[in-house]
Design a protein around this ligand. Sequence first.
Ligand code: SAM
Length: 252
Amino acid sequence: MFHAADGYDRLIGRFLPSLAPAFADFAGVRTGSALDVGCGPGGLTIELARRIGAANVAAIDPSPPFVAACRERVPGAEVVEGVAETLPFPDGVFDAALSSLAVGFMSDAQQGVREMARVTRAEGAVALCFWDHARMQGLAHFWKAVHRVLGVTPVDDQLMGRREGELASLLDGAGLVDIHASEITATARYEDVDDLWSGYTARIGPIGQYVQTLTAEQLDAVRAAVREDLDEPDRPFTLTAVAWAARGAVPA
Ligand SMILES: C[S@@+](CC[C@H](N)C(=O)[O-])C[C@H]1O[C@@H](n2cnc3c(N)ncnc32)[C@H](O)[C@@H]1O
């Protein structure tokens, strides 16, 4: 049976054990309470709970299977179904609000970040990260192959947050101060090209939707091109992925 959280782990989640600690460090989460906005199956939520205790962590996502997976993976955290644009929390209740790889999927990212600022206390931190898709090798290998074989450019090119400066501008637009931008490099390990390919066919995100529009012949050709791109496709390898990151503070 199709399991969304497992599919997510195959494509993206495998980068979270290295992305999440670096992002939580960047956001300065060491004590207090934190909200994870667009938590997915919980890659960042797990890290926040490890740092400050699950009872001090809340998480929100609109996807019911991801909410269920996050609840299972982080027992004791308050995991709710909902969207960033209308957060179901009172003003100023969290010491920090973080959003990992989610702003590009919000229907109104500026409103989502405004809401993150609203629920964070004065001088608390609001932090965002999102892939620089050109340097996210786990995704770039696929789109490079698609471009070579089918002449198609990535369908996820327009997502908010994937270009330098966009995250800082969202924080600025939400009235945050003391804004810092940086980038975080994450890594993931693959057994072989089949392991990498299993993420592309996992029916997750823009790649998952695009794959379903291809014929079996097109898919075979793209797969062959992905394979050609790897130095040693039948051995374990590591891919890197770079995320833009930005943080700001709620005015005193
Ligand atoms: C790439 S996943 C990131 C998941 C997780 N934060 C992580 O780092 O692995 C993007 C997530 O954004 C969620 N999402 C989509 N629209 C959203 C919205 N309007 N508000 C909050 N989250 C949203 C999706 O359901 C999905 O779980």
